[in-house]
Design a binder for this molecule. Structure first.
Ligand code: GLA
Length: 744
């Protein structure tokens, strides 16, 4: 049993293979958070709470003679508001009479078999019979209430014992007679009463997403957030708390990943008692939700995991749960297509003939799918026009998409197509017909970005229009794959359909509208594969991964820049979700020159594809590409399902990046290295391998030496040959891939 309630102690114990999570209801019904970490055998961890009068920390009325008991110092599972806990709170409310107070007390709980699901929001899937890797998840629902306010708060927990994952979400319901204004909505609040922590988060910008940053948690509030209407390039909705001495292979770490693609916020505060609190939920600057009597509101799911063996372990926990329980089960055993995308090959300048020329080459090389990117619709010959006009541009593509798609299929490949559904150009027939569908502030000029505005996705008529236009095109041209783009931050949050006092709901309703459209399209076309995208990886989050098995990781296709982006991404997301392509050299974004080999190795740590003009490559390059595709297919399951390890750590300031995929049965491993900063007479790169059988013997494919697994894991592997080759034939960014195979 992974969820146990001890009636006498009023103690909840949630157990996974390597973690334990505890909560306890106290004498006055406060749900205290007691513990999250390595297993403690169910021992009631409340012995660690020391009730001291700290001064200026008041007491709930029932505790008035017990000055040590204050909401300001007790660790709490989910706070109320304005009733004495002056740290960051889970909620902010305003009752119809103006009161800002909310005092939540335990009411009841239930333990259920299976994993709860959420309506209208993505969630981690339980064992519903369709999963490739089944697991008996259990759910716990604890109900808290404020009887004066009439607010009921259900805390939802899903426990995946074998995967070391606990999910949390929250559903609040107004059980009173009058409306309640919700000004802050969170999914998770968690207190760590002891310890010193670092916070790891992933910041960035367009073309440089998910840069890992590690900062100490001091006596202030750190806030990681997006107000851009999207999870954003700038701050991913994923953070890690870890002990100060945690590194890739040792030490405690706790991950918090929000399954949400809109405005999000994570706050971390170290308070005056040195206790650390983390609160994760919706960004609330302009958030205000009018919760009518009887209505409910759900805070998105957060995926939590604890790992005792370093950050690699934490990442691998996420890789498993995302591959196996977040991404649609049908992709687990399906080999995804190696694709060619025409964007960096042609930009807007293409016609049927040009695309079919590329397809001819792609077929020869062994590519599985051609993706036609931006520019096929309306009058879209540049990025100033036509978003929303999802009608084929027959001048560019005479005979329509069907003819082109059939031509691609005749060459033995699948056909994929780009859309940017949630956008509208000022210069579009759609805007001329429905100016009110654009999300703009009345009487103000809109904020324009890339010459486009954002559609009001909260509107059903907008969703219906997009569903109808996209369905027709997908059906007519028999489209296998859609690249779903989103190329600007949202501003001017305003819906002309909502009343004045509901405008604070727009940002959340916007993303609910997007999820509803995705859900509807996938129900209509169950075999449609969608790759998420937002100017590269601006919406790379577990929410989108519920609908899209892969996401374009970044518009920066430079392999050296990509190493950092992909490495940052790997902390939370598996390689099987990272769209990654070989593009031209010099690179279009950075001008950097790299070998085709190095570009291939970087792109193979992803879904793999090409994005360059195949009609302009040499015979030699073509042969190498054929070999790359063969290699990728050979290693496909090792890369997609293998255990992923970062072998280098940014903190070591190496001049190389190395990473490994090891087979679950330790029968093989693929070790990759790229020199990111060449210099003469360098020190020898050396790494310790992981995930091998210590007693087993391994050989590098094509080599003649036998290595003992324990030797490679404890004594390490030296990339001597690579350096020798590099010194003989200097190269900017040399790279190598070694396939270790168990031979005994
Ligand atoms: C975004 C995407 C690119 C490409 C362009 C097309 O930037 O990330 O891959 O599709 O849009 O406009």
């Amino acid at each position: 049993m992974s969820i146990v309630y001890n009636q006498e102690a009023k103690l909840f114990v949630l157990s996974t293979k390597n973690s334990e999570y505890q909560m306890k209801v106290d004498e006055i019904g406060i749900l205290q958070h007691l513990y999250y970490g390595a297993p403690v055998g169910g021992m009631d961890m409340s012995y660690r709470l020391w009730h001291m009068d700290r001064g200026f920390s008041g007491n709930p009325y029932e505790y008035q003679d017990d000055r040590g008991k204050s909401l300001d110092t007790l660790p709490q599972e989910f706070t109320g508001a304005n009733v004495g806990d002056l740290r960051i709170s889970s909620l902010s409310v305003r009752a119809a009479n103006g009161s800002r107070s909310c005092d939540l007390r335990y009411k009841s709980h239930e333990i259920l078999p299976g994993k709860y699901e959420l309506e209208g929001l993505p969630y981690v899937r339980g064992n519903n019979g369709t999963l490739a890797v089944e697991e008996d998840a259990q759910s716990l629902i604890i109900t808290l209430e404020d009887t004066i306010l009439g607010l009921e708060v259900k805390l939802l927990y899903g426990v995946f014992e074998k995967k070391d994952v606990i999910t949390r979400a929250m559903i609040m319901t107004n059980r009173g007679k009058e409306y309640i204004r919700i000004n802050k909505l969170s999914s998770v609040c968690i207190d760590f009463p002891y310890g010193r922590y670092d916070l790891i988060h992933f910041h960035g910008r367009h073309c440089m997403e998910r840069q890992m940053e590690r900062v100490p948690v001091n006596h202030d509030i750190i806030s990681i957030q997006s107000k851009r209407g999207m999870s954003s390039h700038h701050h991913n909705p994923f953070v890690i708390l870890c002990d100060e001495d945690t590194n890739q292979t040792q030490g405690n770490s706790w991950g918090f990943m929000m399954m949400y693609s809109g405005n999000h916020k994570t706050e971390v505060e170290k308070d005056f008692t040195d206790s650390t609190r983390l609160v994760m939920g919706l960004q609330n600057t302009n958030f205000a939700w009018r919760l009518e009597a009887g209505d409910s509101l759900t805070a998105p799911e957060v995926i939590m995991t604890y790992a005792a063996e370093g950050l690699n372990q934490l990442s691998r926990n996420y890789h498993h749960i995302i591959r196996e329980n977040v991404v649609d089960a049908k992709y687990y055993n399906l080999e995804r297509p190696v694709l060619i995308n025409n964007w960096e090959a042609t930009y807007f300048d293409f016609n049927t003939e040009k695309i079919l020329d590329i397809a001819d080459q792609a077929k020869d090389i062994g590519i599985d799918m051609l993706v036609l990117d931006d520019g096929w619709f309306g009058k879209r010959n540049n990025d100033h026009t036509s978003l929303g006009d999802w009608f084929v541009n027959e001048e560019k593509l005479p005979g329509g998409l069907k003819k082109l798609a059939d031509g691609v299929r005749e060459r033995g490949m699948k056909f994929g197509l780009w859309f940017e559904p949630e956008m509208i150009s000022e210069d579009s027939d759609l805007f001329r017909a429905h100016p009110d569908w654009a999300m703009t502030d009345p009487e103000r000029k809109p904020m324009i970005s890339r010459s486009q505005m954002v559609l009001d996705m909260s509107r059903k008529d907008v969703q219906d229009y997009l569903f109808e236009r996209m369905s027709e095109i997908i059906r007519d041209a028999d489209i296998y794959y859609v690249k779903w783009d989103f190329n600007r931050s949202v501003a001017n949050f305003y819906s002309r359909e909502l009343p004045t006092d509901r405008q604070g709901e727009v940002a959340h309703r916007f993303i609910l509208g997007t999820y509803a459209l995705l859900d509807r399209l996938l129900k209509e076309f169950p075999n449609l594969m969608i790759e998420g995208c937002a100017g590269g990886g601006g919406r790379f989050d577990a929410g989108m991964l519920f609908y899209c098995p892969q996401i374009w990781t970044s518009d920066d296709t430079d392999p050296i820049a990509r190493l950092r982006i992909q490495e940052g991404t790997s902390y939370g997301y598996p390689v099987s979700t990272m769209g990654s392509h070989v593009s031209a050299s010099p690179n279009h974004q950075t001008g950097r020159q790299t070998s085709l080999k190095t570009r291939g190795i970087a792109a193979m740590s992803g879904t793999f594809g090409y994005e360059l003009d195949l009609t302009k490559i040499s015979e030699e390059e073509k042969e190498l590409m054929k070999q790359q595709i063969k290699d990728f297919r050979k290693y496909y399951w090792l890369i997609q399902h293998g255990e992923y390890y970062r072998l280098t750590d940014e903190r070591d300031q190496n001049y190389f990046t190395a990473w490994e995929f090891s087979g679950a049965d330790a029968s093989e491993a693929l070790v990759n290295i790229v020199i990111t900063d060449s210099h003469a007479n360098p020190e020898l790169p050396w790494v310790k391998l992981h995930g091998l059988d210590p007693e087993g013997w391994y050989m590098i494919e094509g080599g003649d030496r036998r290595y003992k697994g324990a030797a490679l894991m404890n004594g390490g592997f030296v990339f001597g040959q690579l350096i020798e080759n590099m010194m003989k034939e200097p190269d900017n960014y040399p790279s190598a891939q070694y396939h270790f195979v168990k031979v005994g």
